[in-house]
Design a protein around this ligand. Structure first.
Ligand code: ERO
Length: 309
């Protein structure tokens, strides 16, 4: 009922983890492999191990999450090696790449592109939390140049990009026009809303330590922005580019709304961190119940079919 495709990759369920959420270590990736998630996606990687930003760097409240992790990861070779030893090899395994320079990205993508047990590469153009490194996705020229140089390295690999949230129609149009020029297979919308500020009025303090308390917002806070980005890119991109929704997916209804806006698959971040991998079977059951109530047999029955008033 929830089966879906990203290019020619079949996912037994359209729900899987957002990069960053419980996917840094082999033990966390194993737990995703054992769960009801339809695929496994790694933490965004860099050429070598990074410890990330100082603690505390993650905070949550009833409306969502707030982070400035600073790209803690084991280095790309770790995620490449994991591809061959992971349990449940029939479940698709995707690696997220987030180098601190274009050269870093080219080097990692070339190597990961030649690693057959990796099913797809998600190039993260939207990390909001590395001091001194602006988000590539907000720099149109740099985005274009990145895709121009990455595309030839991905001729035999399914690949796509993770975008930051956009807020202006001109930016949706400009970004879509660039993406449509390249042979990408998918676009993931959205990364956390960067450079937000959550504070504690009692202590009169910021709630996370790095970057004077500024960080990326996720969870319920960001669902309307995520849905707007999914809808805009579903409308503006070539029909062969799958949209992967990410942002505020906590219930089956949230996943349903993303698919209605045009998502072919839906990632879970904040809810996975809070609840653990059991979130997948719960959200799947909720989504299936809703589909049954509405008389839908598969996600194509309602994907992208959002009605206007
Ligand atoms: O700080 C991070 O490691 C991070 N947090 C996010 O919300 N999104 C990211 O893309 C990211 C690092 C790549």
């Amino acid at each position: 009922m929830l089966r879906t495709y990203i290019a020619d990759i079949a996912l037994p369920s359209c729900l899987y983890n957002a990069s960053g959420a419980r996917c840094v270590t082999a033990a966390e990736l194993d737990a995703l492999a054992e769960s009801a998630a339809g695929a496994i996606l790694s933490k965004s990687c860099t050429p070598t191990y990074r410890a990330g930003n100082p603690l505390p760097r993650y905070y949550e409240n009833e409306w969502g999450s707030f982070n400035s992790m600073g790209l803690p990861n084991e280095g790309y070779k770790y995620y490449a090696k994991y591809a061959a030893v992971r349990p449940h090899r029939d479940k698709p395994y995707f690696v997220s790449v987030s180098g601190l320079s274009l050269d870093d990205n080219l080097m990692m993508i070339e190597a990961l592109g030649k690693t057959p047990p990796i099913d797809a590469i998600e190039l993260n153009l939207s990390c909001p939390n590395v001091p001194g490194k602006p988000q590539t996705g907000y720099d149109m020229e740099h985005t274009n140049e990145t895709l121009r140089q990455v595309a030839p390295l991905c001729l035999n690999k399914v690949w796509g990009v993770k975008l930051p949230p956009y807020f202006d129609i001109a930016h949706f149009n400009e970004t879509a026009a660039i993406l449509n020029q390249y042979p990408i297979h998918f676009v993931t919308c959205i990364n956390s809303i960067g450079n937000a500020l959550v504070i504690d009025p009692h202590s009169e303090q910021v709630v996370i330590k790095p970057r004077n308390g500024f960080g990326g917002l996720g969870g319920d806070y960001i669902k309307p922005t995520a849905l707007a980005n999914v809808r805009q890119f579903y409308t503006l991109l070539r029909p062969d580019i799958a949209i992967i929704g990410c942002g505020g997916v906590r219930t089956g209804i949230d996943a349903f709304e993303h698919i209605l806006c045009g998502a072919s698959a839906v990632q879970v971040g904040t809810a996975l961190v809070r609840e653990g991998t059991a979130c997948f079977s719960r959200i799947e059951a909720e989504l299936k119940t809703l589909m049954q109530q509405k008389g839908y047999y598969c996600i194509d029955d309602f994907k992208g079919k959002l009605k206007e008033l």
